[in-house]
Ligand binder design. Structure first.
Ligand code: TYD
Length: 138
């Protein structure tokens, strides 16, 4: 996925199960809702206002990023084009393909960033230096 583009990354809308005065429920299920099998789930929370997270790319990892609560911005960069998505709906997920530099910022108070990932944690899959990323994309 060295040649992947920000246009390969899309917002996926999940089903919502409304129950009038008792709130909503959304299901995310392998093979149905997610374009990969989820192997790992993690979440970011208590991110202080003004802080940014991410600042790296992955070589193989696919992710679905969900604002489970609150809002934040995700900027995707394929080395050529940048796109920023504001995530603020728990029934939407941003599908991020490999080979994309991502930065998360503008976290609202109480925001929870839920990430569903296609592989277990592997530091070797990260590209953490932007110059290395630009080399990788050549
Ligand atoms: P990192 O991916 O750099 O966080 P972010 O991109 O959100 O700023 O991870 C932060 C730390 O957490 C780093 O020391 C690695 C560790 N970590 C795990 O141990 N397992 C995981 O699944 C993740 C995502 C991170």
């Amino acid at each position: 996925m060295k040649k992947s583009s920000v246009y390969d990354c899309t917002i996926i809308e999940f089903d919502q199960h409304h129950s009038n005065r008792k709130g909503n429920l959304t299901v995310v299920e392998n093979a149905k809702t997610v374009p990969f099998d989820v192997k790992r789930t993690y979440y970011l929370y208590d991110v202080p206002g003004g802080e940014s997270r991410g600042g790296h790319a992955h070589k193989e990892l696919r992710q679905l990023i969900i604002a489970a609560s609150g809002s934040f911005a995700v900027t995707l960069d394929d080395g050529n084009v940048k796109r920023t998505f504001t995530l603020n709906r728990p029934y939407q997920g941003l599908y991020v393909v490999p080979g994309i530099w991502r930065t998360l910022d503008d976290f609202s108070s109480g925001a929870v960033c839920l990430v569903l990932a296609s592989h277990g944690y592997d530091e070797g899959d990260y590209i953490r230096d932007y110059n290395d990323f630009m080399e990788y994309k050549k």
